[in-house]
Design a protein around this ligand. Structure first.
Ligand SMILES: [Zn+2]
Length: 580
């Protein structure tokens, strides 16, 4: 048992929260006025069973450590020491061995970086690859690019001869073990072009490797290690940080080659995430250098999704956001190879997030057709609603009204109706009091039920049509459920938890509470009925959405072949709709 578990075992959540909030019993849980927002009716729920306190109105809360962090305004170590004192638990002393291990791993990464760089120098084909992609020898050296030879043993044996033992190399993610049964080891990176990843102090903390020729996976990254946490590291930041400060702007691109090409072209304030989508900690890191960021992601649909999510995150982090649109839908690397001037021009012509959304909406839908107009509204109104002042909302709505040739007052009305439409009320009429704020989707309720009754997942698995539009946080949980079920044919919530980041684990804890809150004392049979009904509603909603999309596409299709193909797909959707 570590000291955190010991504290958890000795302290009850209800006692801790009870010190700040007057709690009353409500079924299995306790309820009180939320201390984190101006609460007029009890919205703060405490689950002694789960060790969690959470407000469903302002979405704030967590376990005992999170609660103390929030209410005492301290960081995690601060909360641990407050609670350790209450619990009478002695905290472990600072461990120099752990620190030493980190230093040894950094040293090992350094030696590996040199090994890969030397392998590249000796490989004519390897050098030709990078030079063929437009890089100079100076750039190759500056970014310490390298090559991992096509060998299971070369790196491992080199590292061992430099006095690093296998345990350390495993911890550093440089070698892997064949299996739990077969403990023999081999180099993690083989037959790859190597991109060392540095922290902001310039230490090599991990590697990204691109396959030489064709093969899977195309990119392989170091696993998270004691010195490398993907969510906290930005590729290229060591080389970019001075330029970011000077320009007062950080430009995010998608790939390693995009960063390197941009630096070589003289735009040095460019960075990328490595092996993850953009995270909140990465934005916090960049905030040390500037409040202005720009995204130059690929123009394909994946890049478009990435841009939308990045904008949302950056808005939460209160950063000023611009979007760089690369001409002809290329990625930055391609664009720079052809014309560094076009790249610099694109940076100069960056647009605000809302301009980007407007351009996107009007490029995919027809603004002269009623269905097209509706689709544009569906895309833009929720985004406009997020704007923090009425003045901004008004400005965007005026512009939208002008483009759609309608009156802004109708759009105001549509925007106001938006939140109410999303509301989902539980089907059972008895005993369910209307909650103060209903912002939960059917998908979230469904996940709540599954986490409360994991054996009901089977119904989801065989009935939910897999085009479901979950929100970002729920989607991760849904995917984790699917993964666990596919590998074991049964849902073990702890396995699901292991698939999730710490942030998403919190969601996992909270969703079942949602069900407990709105469906008190639900039997297994009633839960099953409710799950079946939720699945049906979600399927219907999704089918209707894709039906509409196809109707629009069919009308817009110019090419007869494309039209036939779309009609075929459309008739399959109709069949599916009839089945439901
Ligand atoms: Zn609250």
């Amino acid at each position: 048992m570590n000291h955190l578990d010991e504290i958890r075992a000795k302290i009850n959540i209800e006692d801790i929260v009870g010190g700040f909030v007057q709690l009353k019993k409500a079924g299995r849980n306790l309820k009180g006025l939320c201390p984190f927002h101006n609460d007029s009716r009890p919205s703060f729920m405490v689950s002694p069973e789960k060790g969690i306190a959470y407000c469903f109105s302002c979405n704030t809360g967590g376990d005992i450590f999170k609660f103390i962090q929030l209410i005492e305004k301290v960081d995690f170590p601060g909360a641990v020491s407050i609670l350790a004192e209450k619990a009478g638990v002695r905290l472990p002393e600072f461990k120099p061995e752990a620190h030493n291990e980190k230093l040894r791993i950094l040293k090992a990464n350094d030696v590996a970086t040199n090994f890969f760089a030397n392998q590249l120098k000796e490989s004519k084909k390897g050098m030709e690859y990078f030079i063929g992609r437009g890089l100079s020898e100076a750039t190759i050296k500056e970014f310490q690019l390298g090559l991992a030879p096509d060998s299971y043993t070369a790196l491992r044996d080199h590292m061992k001869s430099a006095d690093f033992d296998e345990k350390l190399l495993l911890d550093a993610g440089l070698i892997s073990q064949r299996s739990i049964a077969d403990k023999s080891t081999y180099g993690r990176f083989r037959n790859r072009y190597m991109f060392p990843i540095h922290d902001q102090q310039g230490n090599a903390v991990g590697f990204g490797g691109r396959i030489i020729g064709d093969g899977e996976p195309k990119y392989l990254n170091s696993p998270d290690t004691p010195v490398y946490n993907k969510s906290f590291v930005l590729y290229g930041l060591t080389m970019a940080k001075n330029a970011i400060k000077k320009e007062d702007l950080a430009i995010f691109v998608e790939g390693y080659m995009d960063v390197i090409a941009a630096h070589q072209a003289g735009t040095k304030n460019v960075i990328a995430t490595s092996g993850t989508a953009l995270t909140a900690p990465q934005l916090k890191l960049i905030k040390r250098y500037t409040n202005n960021i720009a995204f130059a992601f690929d123009a394909d649909s994946a890049g478009m999704e990435a841009t939308k999510r990045a904008i949302e995150l950056a808005q939460e982090a209160k950063l000023n956001i611009r979007i760089i649109q690369i001409p002809d839908g290329k990625d930055p690397d391609e664009c720079i190879q052809k014309s560094p001037e076009a790249w610099k021009e694109a940076i100069k012509n960056s647009v605000k997030a809302m301009d980007f959304y407007f351009a996107h909406a009007f490029s995919i839908y027809d603004q002269n057709d009623l269905d097209g107009k509706k689709a544009i509204l569906n895309l833009l109104l929720p985004l406009i609603k997020q704007a923090s002042t009425n003045m901004e909302q008004n400005e965007h709505l005026q512009r939208l009204a002008y483009e759609l040739k309608t009156d802004a007052q109708y759009l105001w009305q549509d925007m106001k109706n938006l939140a109410q439409k999303k509301v989902y009320r539980p089907a059972s009429k008895t005993e369910v009091s209307a909650p103060q704020k209903e912002t939960f989707s059917r998908e979230e309720y469904l996940l709540g039920f599954i986490l409360e009754h994991p054996d009901l997942y089977e119904i989801v698995h065989s009935n939910l049509i897999d085009v479901t539009s979950f929100d970002a946080a729920s989607e991760k949980i849904y995917k984790a459920l699917k993964k666990v079920y596919n590998s074991r044919s049964v849902i073990d919530v702890e396995q699901v938890r292991a698939e999730l980041s710490e942030e998403d684990q919190e969601r996992l804890n909270v969703l079942p509470m949602l069900v407990e809150e709105y469906y008190p004392d639900f039997s297994q049979e009633a839960a099953k009925k409710e799950v079946t009904s939720l699945i049906r509603q979600i399927n219907m909603k999704n089918i209707r959405a894709s039906q509409k999309e196809f109707e629009f596409k069919i009308r817009a299709a110019q090419d007869p072949g494309e039209r036939t193909l779309l009609l075929n797909q459309y008739s399959q959707i109709l069949k599916l709709a009839n089945k439901i």
